[in-house]
Design a binder for this molecule. Structure first.
Ligand code: NAD
Length: 232
């Protein structure tokens, strides 16, 4: 690890699993017992906005009640002392990286604790509910939706992510199934840019064969060990 200076880390639902937040695809393609097309697509929202607002109200409450685990805290420790470039790209909509002490975090799929007004385009931090149709604090219209990137929508800051990947020495993937694109394609991009690749996951994923190395186990154990290795 001595020649590593610039690091890009991709995290998925697996890093938050030990904080009590359920993963997504797991066995059945359901997210908290809902088919994803019902709660994570613009079409699902158009069809039944109340159901979708209630779903994210529950996710928001669950996230507020959860606590970062040893994996989030280890990445916070890395961020605090790493002098090279570091970008933690998360697919997660929770804020456990930030509460674990990390600053250099990019939420490519949006954030549960942010809402987006489709009338005036303002974004606000939000810890309450949306099911009751609160007016936007900026424009007063009732047009706020969760600030989440749904299937069929463009993830945030892709140019910045690919730029960081191209200049990285190491790409590390933690707790992601490799089923959701474009994040699942980052390992291929890293390989083509000559970047070393390492995967930490509970079990082999769809992308495992593309990584230089895969370590299997729980994020709360593997991530602190890896951070010790890279800092030591
Ligand atoms: P996923 O649910 O498709 O896959 C989770 C992966 O984590 C699996 O490969 C699994 O083996 C692994 N895993 C499970 N427990 C683990 C542990 N303790 N340690 C290490 N690895 C573990 O997740 P994804 O690839 O992130 O895709 C899901 C999508 O759903 C994302 O886009 C995300 O926005 C959304 N989502 C977010 C949250 C959250 O914010 N916490 C939770 C569920 C889903």
């Amino acid at each position: 690890m001595r020649d590593i200076r610039n690091i890009v880390i991709l995290t998925g639902a697996g890093i938050s699993a030990e904080s009590g937040l359920r993963t997504f695809r797991a066995e059945d393609g359901l997210w908290e017992d809902h088919p994803v097309e019902e709660v994570a697509t613009p079409e699902g929202f158009a069809r039944d906005p109340d159901l979708v607002q209630r779903f994210y109200d529950e996710r928001r409450a669950g996230i507020l009640a959860a606590r970062p685990n040893a994996a989030h805290e280890a990445l916070g420790r890395l961020d605090a002392s790493w002098e090279g470039e570091l970008l933690i790209v998360t697919q997660n909509i929770d804020d456990l990286h930030e509460r674990g002490g990390a600053d250099r975090v990019l939420h490519m799929h949006g954030e549960a604790l942010s809402v987006w007004c489709t009338a005036c385009d303002a974004r606000h931090r939000w810890t309450g509910t949306l099911r009751d149709g609160p007016p936007c604090p900026s424009c007063g219209q009732v047009a706020m939706r969760p600030d989440i990137v749904w299937f069929g929508e463009m993830p945030y800051q892709m140019d910045r992510i690919f730029h960081a990947l191209s200049g990285a020495d190491l790409f590390l993937s933690i707790g992601t199934s490799g089923a959701v694109y474009p994040a699942a394609g980052f390992v291929q991009h890293a390989r083509e840019s000559g970047v070393r690749t390492l995967e930490l996951n509970l079990e082999t994923s769809l992308g495992s064969r593309l990584f230089d190395e895969t370590r299997l186990g729980r994020a709360s154990e593997l991530v602190p060990l890896w951070v010790d290795e890279v800092l030591g």
